[in-house]
Design a protein around this ligand. Sequence first.
Ligand code: GLA
Length: 330
Amino acid sequence: MNVSIEPVTGSPLIKVTLTNNYLSASFYNFGARMHQLFTPNKEGLSENILLSYDSVEELLSDKSYFGAVVGPVAGRIKHAQWKDFPLEKNCGTHHIHGGSQGWSYQFWTIELLEDPDVIGIRFHLEDSVSGYPGPINVRVTYKLVDHSLIMTTDYQSMNPTIVNPTSHSYFNLSGEGQQDLDTHSLLVNASHLLETDKETLPTGKIIPVKELPLDVSKMQSFPAIFSSFKEGLDDCFILNKTLPTALTLTEQTSGRKMEIATTNQSVVLFSTTGFDAPFLINGKPMHSNYGLAIEPQQFPDSVHHPSWPSIELPPLQKRQQETIYRFSCL
Ligand code: GLA
């Protein structure tokens, strides 16, 4: 059990690494982001199972939320408008992922958890720069417990606002990005999917998973997923709350398995389809279908769908969401 803290020379970045007998995870204060996560493969070899920037300069100019906490509100908000309150239009005429000054792009303060039985770190932010009503106080706690990483997000605001944070790690369980998504399989314990329009905004229609071109509530390989969802996945699945595991992802060459449980009502999955970029991720240029962003959250654009669960946060009311990532081998 070990914790290390390394300031990155010549930058405001601080890297924290947590290690227990099974897992090792590193984080940056920039966006309270998870940078790397090492888990053993079926031979016991520990490798990084996230898509991670090779260079600190690229990480500091990130525009795609690699490993970051996204907030105050994840996903798109139509016409960048909540009631009478205008938000930044950073996605055409819409708002996305908390805007250009959102939580992913702020520097958070770091608290190490002192309890001798716990390996953990807590990031704090008082957000008054994203442009949302606030200030919003948020704490993100990451703990390693045996084979699990537990992420807890607590928040409250001085003034009425909206909050729907997520974590935006891209997973590639092959280790060090050796394979692409086509060696992975996925099961989502979902009951429905939110239909989206051409701009990836929810239309309001909710489709039962059994009516999708492929039933992802059963284990499906990515080649099968890509042949049914021609543009890949960039979709919000409503979770079946009667089941303890929200999602299972496996990878055949490494034998790795990840199971996710979350208090959130839905999960957005983004398969990086069409996401080609020159920066290096695990030694390779970023490319289509390289990893799966798994973003547990409440429904996107719910401010425009009054019958959906609300993300409005009254003053001084405390809210919490928790997501547990459990690792094992097949
Ligand atoms: C989410 C969105 C995608 C994309 C990625 C990050 O998954 O739904 O369209 O913006 O974030 O780039």
